[in-house]
Design a protein around this ligand. Structure first.
Ligand code: C5P
Length: 230
């Protein structure tokens, strides 16, 4: 098998305050995770989809999934995003060449981004969707006083999907776990960087917001509505 996708959907959604796991919260009439799952399951580049869901909600996760060509597995997630990725990786069979990881919280993923990040790997170990900074970044101290204004040049914001050579991602996860640092990593690229892996960015100008707050839900619904109308 060439490529398996892991959809991490096990976050609690505390910032959303919905009272149910964020990935199962309704967005545009469907559970949030269904939007990205649809794109992944129907991508010609993806042969298997592992959905890492909120523990105890596996049946609801299965029920939320639409039709697609990829083989599907649902597994319970862990204490942090990276722990959930590690648990998803355990369900990826040996022999898979590439693993692509995507946040269920990004429902707007453009189908073209999947082959774009896979091709972006080329001779490197991984490639991730990313966007250049639009705002001016500031470093501040504990008193919230600005200590530095790093130049915008060369700074990018990491998104998902993020794709890697499967054996490099497995090694990176194992290495971080051995050091007790698995929970600190907020994306997979940083894990791979931690073992000296080479990861490229693939510029993505299309909307690919992470749904975090209730107002994000409204914005994502508007953008999905526009996309489906066009
Ligand atoms: O918490 P954060 O916004 O970084 O979450 C990004 C993605 O990781 C979300 O899709 C969320 O469901 C997932 N996640 C997970 N397991 C966790 C925490 C987050 O699968 N323990």
């Amino acid at each position: 098998m060439r490529c398996a996708a892991i959809l991490v959907a096990a976050g609690s959604g505390v910032r959303m305050g919905a009272g149910l796991p964020k990935a199962l919260m309704p967005l545009g009439g469907r559970p949030l995770l269904a939007w990205a799952a649809d794109v992944l399951m129907n991508s010609p580049a993806v042969e298997m989809l592992v959905v890492v869901g909120p523990p105890g909600h596996e049946a609801e996760v299965f029920a939320a999934l639409g039709d697609g060509d990829a083989e599907v597995a649902v597994v319970p997630g862990g204490e942090s995003r990276s722990h959930s990725v590690a648990l998803g990786l355990e369900a990826v069979p040996p022999g898979v060449e590439y693993v692509l990881v995507h946040d269920a919280a990004r429902p707007l993923i453009a189908p073209a981004l999947i082959p774009a990040v896979l091709e972006g790997i080329a001779d490197a170990d991984g490639a991730i969707a990313a966007a250049p900074l639009a705002d001016t970044p500031k470093r501040v101290d504990a008193e919230r006083e600005i200590t530095e204004t790093p130049g915008r040049e060369g700074l990018w914001l990491a998104q998902t999907p993020q794709a890697f050579r499967a054996e490099v991602l497995r090694e990176a996860v194992m290495h971080a776990a051995e050091l007790g640092r698995l929970h600190d990593a907020t994306d997979c690229a940083s894990l791979v960087e931690g073992v000296g892996g080479r990861v490229r960015v693939v510029p993505n100008a299309a909307p690919n917001m992470k749904v975090t707050t209730p107002s994000d839900v409204r914005i994502a619904e508007l953008l999905l509505g526009e996309r489906d109308a066009g």
